[in-house]
Design a protein around this ligand. Structure first.
Ligand SMILES: Nc1ncnc2c1ncn2[C@@H]1O[C@H](COP(=O)(O)OP(=O)(O)OP(=O)(O)O)[C@@H](O)[C@H]1O
Ligand SMILES: [Mg+2]
Length: 422
């Protein structure tokens, strides 16, 4: 380890002095990234030649070694206008992107000037996130940006990715894909599963063996349901409990935890879960998710020869969307669902605020959602939130609220994730 560090430090110094064209790069590229020290990454960042060379490794740095670690990362995605919406919304000039800056998004709107009645002024709201995807972004491009984060689940890090946004903004599309799913439109969950099994197979050729267990639940009207059970027995109680009094890990009583060994097995489970999920047609979305869905893959890796073990959980969450009850005009079941959704999302907001304020008490237990995600929001986990935005100008104020909430989430320090390795 020491000798590796000495060599990489020498390489970095050469970078720092004059960025010799080949030698330093060759030194660095031989070693796993974890042997590159933090001060070295700063030097490399300032060197144009190296920066180019290390482009892919920097993506990795953003998630594992880069000093800003500890925050909940936020990616913003604006969905395209649907064919059915082109009458309602002629253009998307109120949502602005910067060509060279993939982190910025601006909401703009014309307002009456306070000084003169007939003059309008443009109000601009600037936001900056870890990445902003414009409506043209394909699923594959979005996944490219989270691939390294997913990969780190195999290295023993707990990883949680969740999609947040108003109803109809594209959360389910991002996480699962559309109804008529194709290899092009596959969402983050199926892509993450594919990557995990592909990488596990590569690591197995290096002596690792992996065991995987999957579960998939939904939180509907503040109660838990197993999405892998098509005909649940009446009165089955699903309760969130600690695995043991000495562990911080949670489990859900009576939930189906299915051992899986191939991606095809997981895809079958995803199909069952999709059919069982609570969805309904609403004014805003033909297939609106009326529940929060949580897919989890527990990973246990072992390298017998090197006596290494690692355990982790990959959690992929598609939240139900917030909706304004006056606008959606929901009634009956839809109204009850919307109220439960809004309440649990505001509990999520309170948890985020408490974390940002570094309060001594964080109200995780006020909702099933925050209790279940407790370790991802405030604990030892690498967490990323997608904030999904609708392109319709009639949704301007909801988009503004979502982006403001997302900025708050982005500032939230949740502590540095540690790999669960022995
Ligand atoms: N990036 C995209 N490209 C093409 N169509 C999209 C995209 N994002 C969303 N859509 C379409 O927009 C509609 C609403 O998306 P989706 O169902 O994912 O919203 P949602 O945020 O999950 O809403 P809810 O909270 O009501 O469940 C769907 O018809 C979906 O196929
Ligand atoms: Mg949805």
């Amino acid at each position: 380890m020491w000798s590796l560090n000495v060599v990489t430090v020498c390489g970095t110094l050469l970078c720092a002095i004059n960025c010799l064209p080949r030698f330093p790069h060759k030194i660095h590229s031989r070693f796993p990234l974890r042997y590159i020290l933090r001060f070295e990454t700063n030097v490399i960042m300032r060197c144009i030649k190296c920066k180019d060379y290390y482009y892919h490794q920097f993506k990795l740095l953003t998630f594992s070694h880069y000093p800003r670690q500890g925050n909940i990362r936020v990616f913003c995605r604006v969905r395209p206008l649907l064919d059915s919406e082109t009458d309602k919304c002629k253009d998307m000039s109120h949502v602005q992107f910067t060509t060279n800056d993939k982190k910025a998004i601006v909401l703009a709107k014309m307002e009456e000037s306070r000084t003169g009645r007939d003059r309008k002024v443009e109000l601009k709201y600037d936001f900056s996130f870890d990445h902003v995807f414009n409506p043209k972004a394909r699923q594959v491009e979005v996944f490219e940006e989270i691939a390294q984060l997913v990969q780190s689940a195999l290295d023993g890090y707990n990883v949680c990715i969740f999609a947040y946004g108003q109803t109809g903004s594209g959360k389910t599309y991002t996480m699962e894909g559309p109804d008529d799913i194709t290899t092009e439109t596959n969402g983050m969950i199926p892509r993450a599963v594919n990557q995990i099994f592909l990488s596990a197979a590569k690591m197995e050729s290096m002596g690792w063996t992996f065991n995987f267990t999957a579960n998939f639940l939904e939180i509907y009207n503040e109660s838990l349901r197993d999405l892998l059970v098509t005909k649940p027995e009446k009165n089955t109680e699903y309760e969130i409990k600690l695995v043991s009094s000495t562990s911080e890990q949670l489990h859900v009583t009576n939930l189906k935890y299915v051992p899986v060994s191939t991606e095809a097995e997981v895809h079958k489970l995803l199909t069952v879960a999709k059919a069982n999920r609570s969805v309904a047609k609403t004014a805003a979305n033909d297939r609106s998710s009326r529940s929060h869905s949580v897919f989890q893959l527990q990973i246990h890796g072992k390298h017998a020869q090197r006596e290494l073990q690692c355990t982790s959980i990959l959690s992929l969450v598609d939240l139900a969307g917030s909706e304004r009850l006056d606008k959606s005009q929901s009634k009956g079941d839809r109204l009850r669902e919307a109220q439960a959704i809004n309440t649990s999302l505001s509990c999520l907001g309170h948890v985020i605020t408490s974390l940002s304020n570094k309060d001594s008490h964080i109200p995780y237990r006020n909702s099933k959602l925050t209790y279940l995600l407790q370790s991802s929001l405030g604990g030892n986990s690498k967490t990323l939130m997608f904030v999904n935005i609708s392109p319709l100008d009639e949704n301007f104020s909801e988009s503004l609220n979502s982006l403001r909430f997302a900025s708050k989430v982005n500032e939230c320090i949740i502590g540095t994730a540690q790999a669960n390795r022995k």
